[in-house]
Design a protein around this ligand. Structure first.
Ligand code: UDP
Length: 379
């Protein structure tokens, strides 16, 4: 008899596994707490503004992986959107990520050589720049740090940048040329029909039930299946016995404006703390759709996660990583037929392409080695 697998959560991790395991002959059921599929990638078409609204924040797909790109293009066509965000600070706009145009705007330098010489003069060298502030000061100096990074980071994380790991910002390049493509991955774009369509196609023919709270009936669900893939928060799964994992949550304020183009770009960040939101997204630019005289914008505010809010960013402090470790040990000791996956299940700051790659790898492992393999190696 084919294995009966329960997948909890209809984001990328759960949906890719559901597709792969079903295609390999497993009998999969997927349940989702929300009334819709797609996790935080969920988009909804907005007729008034003629564009897809990124309901849980802007999602720009990018990857260097041929395998991930080939996989996803089975379910959608991508447009050729390229992310070139700007930052507003002290009444002026700056180019992002920090590149020669930014250095021209701040210091008036015109060439890579001039820019390098200026940065060499202003940077504050540091032997081991472990925290975010020391790392930025050692790379770009105080002026750019204050204008573009300090305020944004304090709003985003509500923590002193000295207490944050440098890894958060090391994702962002500093370039001495005019390349302002935020992600330099080989493949990039926004799904032409919105993200939700990808999930609809991916889950075709699979038994999906929405509005179901797995945790309310956890043991009964586990009993009824051979294996469970849980993509919700690992601390909630264990009823918070080892402590609560911290997250940053987001609050969105959306409005439709009577203008064809509000800010001329998909994303404008706000680098200073005087402005309470971190950025404004103008959704029609993601779709490259400019037909309507109206536009939909969303102001994004970062806030500490509390019960009842949606979780967005894991906060990678040592304390949280220690708590995570205790849950992973608990999961191992409990010996339950449950795999924890995705951003919430693994408490990892995954991007979409990384989640898809992780789910594809996991599906292969399940199919080759069986469902009893431990999660250990991947955490
Ligand atoms: N960041 C910043 N200023 C910006 C954009 C980003 O200081 O205008 C910093 C901030 O600390 C942020 C980190 O860089 O948390 C990573 O930014 P990214 O845009 O990669 O974050 P995400 O898109 O995941 O929110």
């Amino acid at each position: 008899m084919s294995k009966r697998i329960l997948i909890v959560g209809a984001g990328f991790y759960g949906s890719v596994l559901a597709r792969e395991l079903t295609d390999a002959g497993c009998s999969c059921k997927l349940i989702e707490r929300r009334e819709q599929i797609g996790g935080n990638c969920f988009t909804r078409y907005n007729e008034e503004a003629d564009c897809h609204q990124h309901v849980y924040g802007p999602h720009i797909f990018h990857t260097n992986s041929e395998e991930v790109w080939r996989y996803l293009t089975r379910f959608t066509k991508f447009n050729n959107f390229v992310n070139r965000p700007k930052s507003m600070s002290a009444g002026k706009l700056y180019s992002l990520p920090i590149n020669l145009m930014t250095l021209y705007q701040v210091y008036g330098v015109n060439t890579p050589e001039e820019a390098k010489a200026t940065i060499e003069k202003v940077r504050i060298p540091c032997d081991s720049p472990n925290n975010l502030e020391d790392w930025c000061l050692s790379q770009v100096g105080p002026e750019i740090y204050e204008l573009l990074i300090k305020g944004y980071t304090m709003k985003q994380w509500r923590r002193d940048p000295k207490e944050l790991p440098a890894s958060i910002i090391k994702r962002l390049p500093i370039r001495f040329n005019f390349d302002d493509n935020y992600f330099r991955d080989r493949y990039q774009g926004i799904p032409e029909e919105g993200y939700t369509k990808i999930f609809e196609r991916m889950l075709e023919g699979i038994d999906v039930e929405l509005g179901v709270d797995f945790l309310a009936d956890r043991d009964e669900w586990i009993r009824r299946f051979d294996h469970v893939v849980f993509t919700g928060p690992i601390d909630a799964f264990f009823n918070y016995t080892e402590g609560t994992l911290e997250y940053r949550s987001l609050r969105f304020e959306s409005e439709i404006l009577d203008t064809p183009d509000f800010q001329g770009n998909a994303l404008i960040n706000y680098g200073e703390t005087q402005v309470p939101y971190t950025r404004i997204a103008e959704h029609k630019h993601f779709d490259l759709s400019y037909s309507k005289d109206k536009t939909l914008i969303t102001r994004e505010y970062s806030q500490e996660w509390q019960e009842g809010m949606e979780r967005y960013y894991p906060v990678g402090t040592q304390e949280n990583l220690d708590t995570l470790r205790r849950y992973q040990l608990l999961a191992k000791e409990a010996g339950l037929p449950v795999t924890f996956g995705g951003r919430l299940g693994q408490y990892k700051y995954f991007d979409m392409h990384q989640v898809i790659a992780a789910a594809l790898t996991k599906a292969k492992r399940f199919l080759q080695d069986g469902f009893e393999v431990s999660d250990e190696e991947e955490n």
